[in-house]
Design a protein. Structure first.
Length: 245
């Protein structure tokens, strides 16, 4: 795959130039805007996305859903592998490379997670995390339409991952590419059906709960521990394969 270095460089420059627009004391200077997008996302989710995800989960048998999830997780391993290398995490890169080869071959294109059965750990990584490890600040908290919680840095990282590191982007047939992205989105949403109900029921202000949880999780992903947010339990570390960043 040919990586368009100029596009990545542009995203990096953009992230560097705007990462300082929020101070450590105020990570959410765009709260008014963000709450509006959050309300839009919540309304769209309850009216459209959640019912579709619920139907997807009800109609497809569990083994098929597992295979679909494994397939997209395997594709995501390539994105993580590239970012492992960019972060100079070569041990993690070797693990992910092994997972990619095993699952893409013995696992029938990733439909079966043979690597996990063999105890090969998975190390999730993304370009937003890579930027953070390069010293780029998170910038302002930002809620994206349909996507949800993010930051200025992570939005730039998501753009790079989607356009340059995601194997789906290199599918030449536009319709198939869009269908794969939609299926991936619905599959992912179906995984969080129980959790979304718990957030709505438990949090006095779901917006604040989601914001603080996201910022702490990303802080841990970049620094290995929560360095800026002390309001939450710091148990989400790298002990389990799926939590490893």
């Amino acid at each position: 795959m040919r990586i368009k270095i100029s596009g990545i460089a542009t995203s990096l420059v953009l992230a560097l130039s705007i990462s300082g627009c929020a101070t450590q004391a105020n990570k959410d200077p765009l709260e008014g805007f963000n709450r509006g997008v959050y309300k839009f996302n919540d309304t769209a989710d309850k009216a459209v996305l959640k019912p579709i995800a619920g139907a997807y989960k009800a109609v497809l048998p569990s083994p098929i859903r597992t295979g679909v999830n494994n397939f997209f997780t395997n594709l995501g391993t390539f994105t993580s592998l590239i970012n492992n290398i960019l972060q100079l995490e070569l041990g993690k890169a070797m693990d992910n490379a092994g997972r990619l080869v095993i699952n893409s071959t013995i696992g029938i294109g990733g439909l079966i997670d043979v690597a996990s059965m063999d105890g090969v750990p998975r190390h999730k990584a993304d370009f937003g995390q890579t930027l953070g490890k390069w010293g780029v600040g998170s910038g302002a908290y930002l809620v994206l339409p349909f996507v949800g919680p993010s930051t200025i840095r992570d939005t730039a990282g998501l753009t790079v991952d989607t356009l340059y590191f995601d194997p789906i982007q290199y599918t030449n047939h536009v319709r198939i590419r869009n269908q794969l992205r939609m299926l991936s989105f619905v599959d992912l949403r179906s995984q969080y059906l129980p959790a979304s109900d718990l957030v709505d029921d438990a949090a006095l202000d779901p917006y604040i709960f989601m914001r603080e949880a996201y910022l702490q999780r990303r802080d841990i992903a970049v620094h290995g521990k929560a360095t800026q947010y002390d309001d939450f339990d710091d148990d989400d570390d790298d002990e389990t394969p799926d939590a490893q960043q």
